[in-house]
Design a protein around this ligand. Sequence first.
Ligand SMILES: *Cc1c(COP(=O)(O)O)cnc(C)c1O
Length: 456
Amino acid sequence: MTAETSELGQRDLATVWHPCTQMKDHESLPVLLVKKAKGVWLEDFEGNRYLDAISSWWVNIFGHCNEKISQAVRRQLEQLDHVLLAGCSHEPVIQLSEQLVEITPAPLTRCFYADNGSSAIEVAIKMSFHYWRNRGQMCKTRFVNLSNSYHGETMGALSMGDVALFKEVYQPLLLDTITVPSPDSFHSEPGETPQDCARRMFSHMEAVLQKHHEEVCAVIVEPLVQCAGGMRMYAPEYLSLLREACDRYGVHLIADEIAVGFGRTGTMFACEQAGIAPDFMCLSKALTGGYLPMSAVLTTEGVYEAFYDEYENLNAFMHSHSYTGSALGCAAALATLEIFEEDNVIDANRKLSQELAKQCARFNDHPNVVDVRQCGMIVAIELAKDKATREPFPWQQRRGLQVYRYGLQHGVLLRPLANVVYFMPPYVITTEEIRMLVDVAERGIEFAVRGEGQGR
Ligand SMILES: *Cc1c(COP(=O)(O)O)cnc(C)c1O
């Protein structure tokens, strides 16, 4: 380590409180100081390069410092930085809204903006609740979610999630949600297909809606992949059944596509694979290509109309964030959508998904791998102590962290979710880079399961 790096590292630890981190870990594990980045590669101050295998927390889909997106943001900077979106508007936000309406399922015609994923969830749950209120349904005050779901960190969004690591401490402060067991095909019965598993598990949802629909505003789900919950996956059938049941019981459906939207699952939006349209679709993360914080909630004409009224009736949606609809964010988002269009990204990704599948087949027989699953451009490899019984490694052993350490020493930035090693690379990764990434992960897993890196 050079003096420069060590000095920067010390300054970092003196003032920066890193997200989702036990800061004491950094007594032995240095923070990766990134000097610059290009495409899938991050570079530190010593010129070492690291393949960003997780798209910088699932946001960066077209590589770092992408020519087209950088250019669009630069051009926007010369024209208009940001202006409040209440009473004002600008071309980038108008264009982006038109395009989002165009590419999302047909019933979604209205776009509301916020500045991060969690805020988009807050908007969707408040809008749903408020919609029913404006329609005179005062009893609807609750939300239904799936076990092991994740919807963000602010209080409302955290209430909608079900990952104990993030939620448990704050439980006394949170909204009371009704949690239905997830259709996660990891838990399918022997011989059962993911489709059968989805159908069987839907009976729990049906029962809850039947019993509680009068007090329920909406059901919220992450379509197809529960990402923060360990990249757990389920069949699209569940979403079709859910859409039908929500209609039957008069309950909204909120699709949180914050992580899975923009091509991640193999289609532009995961809902497409079930052929459904939600009442609210939350988008963020890859929306700006990973450049700027921004989110959007798309909803239907029916929802919009419930708020459209004489001012005196006080039915308006009085929610705002300072940076709502930032022109810079919109410019980055428009450039991102342009790349999808021009480079035929969804088709091109098919080849990359196949290469990921091919390379990851090697893990199937590994004695400490209990599941290798894939949905489009997401592959997850679940580690356990015992393949047959699926007995997990004790969480205190932090095997995933050993994979992370190994990866950093060998030029790959992975960030396993507990014992789930996953790949969620930018779409500009090459097939050679996929091979290199999987090779390093394989050796990292070997290192971690042999317990060589145990303890600190
Ligand atoms: C990341 C994520 C969020 C929260 O988004 P932030 O921008 O981190 O607040 C919400 N839902 C899902 C499914 C996510 O993956």
